[in-house]
Design a protein. Structure first.
Length: 213
């Protein structure tokens, strides 16, 4: 899998070409393939994504659920309430429809900090909301008892901690947050994939056997 993150990804699933044209920091390194493969392997029944933008990761996971024949992903975003580069809800919904992925995807508005209140349990959580170290800490305190399989978070490498906006706005870095979470959550294993923008995959050791059909 890692070799795909170092070069152009081969086309392996229907719709991948459309997804690869979307703007996303994930696109250049083939992370869409990673999200697709993770969801194919884990077969999550309930997946949640927080931070949609144009839908690159949302649609990659939705394509895997389609190919699994089971599961649903609900994507949340602040849409126009987010003052910086944000998702356009109608555009995302049109894209979902054009790819025939409506049976596998819901799109809803919501603030990252409140979405855990809507869910008792999910299998797969992906968080990509201009993450900082504090995003990681908050998401783990809110979700670690609710997520059965994996929590995937954008970022985690030293290079990602040094991006301009993290430095200029004095944002808390992610690397020390991952270190803290490793110590605080022995029931979770943490793997950081380094190719930029980097991705942290936290696996729930206790429940990795409890995947969908
Ligand atoms: C980096 S983009 C997401 C990229 C997307 N996951 C992809 O695959 O390309 C970040 C998104 O998070 C949204 N966002 C930022 N802060 C948020 C918050 N507190 N709650 C929900 N969404 C938020 C923004 O509107 C934006 O669409």
């Amino acid at each position: 899998m890692l070799q795909y993150l170092e070069g152009p990804s081969p086309i392996v699933f229907a719709g991948q070409r459309q997804i690869d044209t979307l703007q996303s920091s994930y696109a250049a390194r083939g992370y869409g393939m990673l999200f697709y493969a993770l969801a194919r392997v884990l077969r999550p029944l309930q997946a949640v994504e927080i931070g949609i933008y144009q839908g690159f990761s949302l649609l990659s996971i939705a394509a895997a659920l389609r190919d699994n024949g089971v599961g649903r992903i609900t994507g949340y975003d602040l849409f126009e309430s987010y003052p910086y580069r944000h998702a356009d809800r109608d555009d995302v919904c049109r894209r979902v429809e054009a790819m025939g992925l409506e049976p596998w995807v819901s799109v809803d508005a919501g603030d990252a900090l409140r979405i855990h209140e809507r869910w008792d349990a999910v299998d797969y959580l992906h968080v990509d909301v201009s993450n900082t170290g504090d995003t990681y800490r908050r998401m783990f305190s809110q979700w670690s008892t609710k997520v059965r399989q994996v929590i995937v978070l954008e970022g985690g490498s030293p290079e990602r901690d040094r991006v301009r906006w993290m430095i200029d706005y004095d944002k808390p870095p992610i690397v020390p947050a991952v270190h803290e979470l490793r110590l605080a959550h022995p029931g979770w294993s943490f793997t950081v994939l380094q190719p930029f923008p980097s991705v942290t995959i936290a696996c729930n050791r206790n429940a990795m056997g409890a995947v969908g059909p």
